[in-house]
Design a protein. Structure first.
Length: 69
């Protein structure tokens, strides 16, 4: 098995542990109207504080399905 595949398998195992350890958190990013300079909304971002790899964005731990042609 290739290194990338092994890494994904390890990451999947870590996901199960992360849920038990409450390692996931939300960050809130304001959406600002540049003309008026005021906040008009907020975007919620999911992050995983991995004990070894640090702060991970969803593209690192959520699988994306590739379309079949």
């Amino acid at each position: 098995m290739g290194g990338e595949a092994m890494s994904l398998i390890g990451l999947e195992a870590d996901l199960h542990i992360a849920l038990d350890r409450h390692e996931f958190g939300l960050l809130f990013q304001p959406i600002v109207d540049l003309r008026g300079g005021r906040a008009v909304g907020v975007e919620t971002l999911l992050r995983w504080q991995h004990p070894v790899q640090g702060l991970l964005t969803p593209d690192k731990f959520l699988a994306t399905r590739k379309k079949r042609v």
